[in-house]
Each structure stands twice: as C-alpha cells, then as structure tokens.
Write a protein that binds this ligand. Structure first.
Ligand SMILES: [Zn+2]
Length: 84
C-alpha cells in the first residue's frame, strides 16, 4: 500500500544520475507494467512513465485506472507484481 516512499533520500542523487545518463545517451530501458482489464481480462502493457503521470492526480491509496483498448472497460495494475 505504501511502498512508494523509499525514494525521498535517494531522489537528489537519482536525479543527477538521470541527468548524467541522458547526457551520455544511456537512457534506461523503458519499463512496462502489466495492466489487466476487469471486464475482459485483456493484459495491456503500460509504460511506467505514463502511470507516473496518471499517479500525480491520485489520492494516497488510489490506483491508476486506464481504459481497456479492447472493450473500453477499466484496467488496473495487475497484482502479481514480481518481487523487487
Ligand atoms: Zn477489456
């Protein structure tokens, strides 16, 4: 539920690293997150940066919800997250 807050301290360093990576053209591989449709079960891979953008408007505890490309239902982040 609250695993989004380990970044505060590392953030400044992370940002400078990102800056460096961009400078060197070493952009990280794009990360895709599985979203699953509640209606039809379609799995849609959503780039993490898109999720981040949608997350900005969320209240704590809310999930990003997007529209299914197949049936236009609601897709939410698939729960079987790999261990990190
Ligand atoms: Zn669907």
């Amino acid at each position: 539920m609250s695993k989004e807050k380990k970044q505060d301290k590392a953030k400044a360093q992370e940002e400078s690293e990102e800056w460096l990576e961009e400078l060197l053209g070493l952009d990280k591989e794009e990360v895709f997150i599985d979203f699953k449709c509640k209606e039809c079960g379609e799995i849609d891979k959503v780039p993490e940066y898109v999720i981040d953008e949608f997350s900005v408007d969320l209240k704590p505890g809310e999930e990003v919800e997007l529209h299914c490309p197949v049936c236009n239902g609601t897709i939410t982040r698939a729960k079987d997250a790999p261990s990190e």
